[in-house]
Design a protein around this ligand. Structure first.
Ligand code: GLN
Length: 243
């Protein structure tokens, strides 16, 4: 078996170690004997979505998001939308998550029209939402996802869109309605940055399985020794539970 990963804008969108999520997916696949190939696709390059099973989009500051508007409109938006509708797996983080929505209006009034691939929008606020945070994930009942967020954008989901889960500590989508992230088909979108998959191996395998099942119909992942990962997870979970 093999998964082909497309890392969108690796040189522009890579905050707080977001690439660590790709390293984590790669390692967990390789440990199961599954081959992985990651290709970066950046500004001015075409995505041939049929070549990839899993797309990763990291976070970026307002400035970087504004820089990418022209490139998105020049063909990538259409490719991203059709790949999503086709059931390809996406993991999108923070600024990358916002870019899957209709628009982002920055705190100083700059309007960024994004892909509209997902029914959501984001509006900047003057207060930044920063820190380690924790949320439940509806598809893995009982599990706690720990992560790190840093955004001024408040994201609001349209009625047909499900969140990933519920905020247990921190801010999540907007600090108001208790939701975190968005789920649609095989899209996983979240505010949590680079520590997301390394500290939540159960979530990593869940996303990998979505991509493998989409490609091969049936797939299983053999268990790994996650003691270091779970020690990091539990440390943060306990710290946030006591806060
Ligand atoms: N520019 C966005 C915001 O501040 C996203 C930031 C990020 O990706 N960390 O809301």
């Amino acid at each position: 078996m093999e998964l082909r990963i497309c890392h969108l804008y690796p040189d522009v969108l890579n905050l707080y170690g977001d690439r660590g999520n790709i390293l984590c997916m790669t390692r967990r696949l390789q440990l199961r004997g599954i081959e992985v190939e990651t290709t970066g696709v950046s500004v001015g390059e075409k995505i041939d979505a049929s070549q990839y099973d899993l797309f990763f989009i990291g976070g970026g500051q307002d400035f970087e998001q504004e820089v990418l508007l022209e490139d998105l409109a020049g063909g990538k938006t259409a490719e991203i939308k059709s790949a999503i509708e086709d059931g390809k797996t996406f993991l999108a983080i923070c600024g990358g998550y916002q870019m899957l929505g209709h628009y982002y209006k920055t705190w100083d009034g700059q309007m960024c029209d994004f892909t509209g691939a997902l029914d959501l929008y984001t509006e900047g606020s003057k207060t930044r939402m920063i820190g380690n945070y924790m949320f439940s994930f509806d598809e893995l009942p009982g599990e706690r996802i720990v992560g790190f967020e840093n955004h001024s954008g408040k994201t609001y989901l349209g009625p047909a869109l499900q969140p990933m889960g519920t905020v247990l500590a921190g801010y999540g989508n907007n600090g108001e309605d208790g939701t975190e992230g968005a789920r649609y088909k095989n899209v996983f979108a979240t505010y949590s940055h680079g520590c997301l998959l390394p500290k939540n191996p159960h979530l990593c395998d869940h996303i990998l399985l979505a991509a493998l099942k989409r490609k091969y119909g049936e797939a299983e992942l053999s268990p790994l020794d996650d003691s270091f990962e779970l020690a990091a997870h539990d440390y943060m979970m306990n710290r946030l539970s006591q806060a």
